[in-house]
Design a protein around this ligand. Structure first.
Ligand code: PMT
Length: 414
């Protein structure tokens, strides 16, 4: 399996050689890309000697003038053939350039072109690390799905004491193995995800809706796709672009969502109902826009409980996971839903907490089953999506997941 190590220009660049060696010891085919600054700290020859591969040091030929046909597209072929790109050390400069989508050297160009997971191991002076600009850039990259291996605290090359030292090599190796493992672990799954808030028409221009942005559901769809699953995303209206590669079905109301879910349920091995579905709809939809003539009463009728229905209809072996957004006594209400709807797990959102949940880029949830409760702390929704999928897989095929996790930790500990 091919992985690429990107080396940027910091004092810790010499540790990248140790990292390359350690990755090779895991039977990985390691390739190295260096920035111009990295070559001031360590020579390409060191990496060529260790890997047995040519080290890529720039977009252009060595004369710096004319790109040949091969080098002009090399970043694309490298990007497509690698299974993971780890940048270690990652300087403040590369974080800024990646966060802004720049493509002014081979490494940044490759990072943009790569579909493979990106792992960043920052190392720098403590003040540069703590600077709001660096932290903001990291947050942008995290939101886009990059895995960040935070630096450690200790004595830094600059003589200062604090956070900024490259993470331990064994932690970097473990992260690479973990990411590689996740990359294909859902290849046998068809995941049906619902997302967004349904709209129940009152008249031709008005509806009853809710605050769901669809971000949580879209993050789940993207994470599952990334891990090799086939994904069917059934979405109420949102402002988001569906992740490329999924089967996308656009619906508006709870009734339309029900129809689409029932149609595709037989294909699904895993159902994640992240959508906020209306519990009530107007019993009658006015034919014309309702005029303002004084107080009116809209009679509401309950919608069908799709989640409860599919829990009964699913074929054996299909895992069904519901979501619950609660504003009071969250655990109590979520446990009640778990039992009442007959689902395998409930992902509980305490939406009374500020800055997370509805329409936020971050979230914190409790993954609840009839026998366990796992807190997943606040993090970007895309990262949380992976953690939720990890929990779902643990439930779905416990023996296989445990065996694979053991295999990964044996490899990482070797
Ligand atoms: O979309 P975001 O802005 O990212 O916000 C994410 C979220 C908070 C919307 C999401 O993570 C979440 O919690 N979704 C469920 C919200 C909800 O309305 O829960 P509920 O308690 O009303 O419903 C419980 C479960 O039953 C849900 O899985 C829901 O999809 C399902 N349901 C509800 C009503 C209904 N008629 N049919 C259903 O299938």
């Amino acid at each position: 399996m091919k992985v690429t190590v990107g080396v940027t220009g910091g004092i810790a660049a010499y540790k990248a050689a140790e990292l390359v060696r350690a990755l090779q010891q895991q039977a990985l085919d390691v390739h190295v890309v260096m920035t111009a600054a990295a070559q001031q700290f360590i020579t390409p020859l060191t990496f060529a000697g260790i890997t047995g591969h040519r080290v890529i040091t720039g977009l252009w030929d060595s004369d710096g003038q004319v790109p040949n046909a091969h080098s002009a597209i090399e970043h694309i072929s490298e990007a497509q053939s690698t299974e993971a790109l780890i940048i270690a050390p990652a300087t403040a400069d590369i974080l800024a350039r990646l966060a802004h989508g720049m493509a002014d050297d081979f490494l940044t160009t490759m990072a943009l072109a790569a579909a493979a997971p990106l792992i960043l191991a920052p190392a720098m002076n403590v003040q540069m690390w703590e600077h709001p600009a660096t932290q903001a850039n990291l947050e942008v990259l995290r939101q886009r799905g990059a895995t960040i291996v935070a630096p450690e605290s200790g004595h830094l090359a600059c003589g200062m004491l604090g956070e900024g030292r490259l993470a331990k090599i064994e932690d970097l190796v473990r992260t690479v193995l973990d990411v590689l493992h996740r990359r294909h672990d859902m290849a046998s799954e068809t995941v049906l995800v619902t997302a967004g808030g349904t709209r129940e028409a009152i008249d031709p221009v008005r509806y009853i809706g809710n605050r769901s942005s669809g971000k949580m559901g879209y993050a789940l769809a993207e994470a599952a796709l990334f891990r090799g699953a086939r994904v069917i995303l059934i979405s109420a209206p949102t402002r988001l672009d569906p992740p490329s590669g999924c089967k996308f079905i656009s619906i508006t109301s709870a009734a339309e969502m029900r129809q689409a879910v029932l149609k595709h349920l037989p294909e699904a091995t895993l159902v994640m109902k992240a959508a906020a579905v209306a519990d009530y709809r107007p019993r009658l939809r006015a034919e014309q826009k309702i005029k303002r003539t004084g107080p009116i009463t809209i009679e509401l009728e309950p919608t069908e409980d799709i989640l409860a229905e599919i829990s009964n209809l699913r074929k054996p072996g299909t895992l069904v996971i519901g979501f619950a957004a609660e504003t009071e006594r969250p655990l109590e209400h979520a446990r009640d839903k778990l039992a009442r709807k007959g689902v395998d797990a409930i992902v509980l959102n305490d939406v009374a907490r500020p800055h997370i949940g509805f329409d936020s880029d971050r979230n914190a949830v409790t993954f609840l089953t009839s026998t366990s409760s796992q807190e997943l702390p606040e993090m970007p929704k895309r990262m949380l999506a992976d953690r939720i999928l990890d929990e779902a897989l643990r439930l779905h095929r416990p023996s296989q997941v445990m065996a694979e996790m053991n295999a990964v930790s044996i490899l990482a500990n070797r």
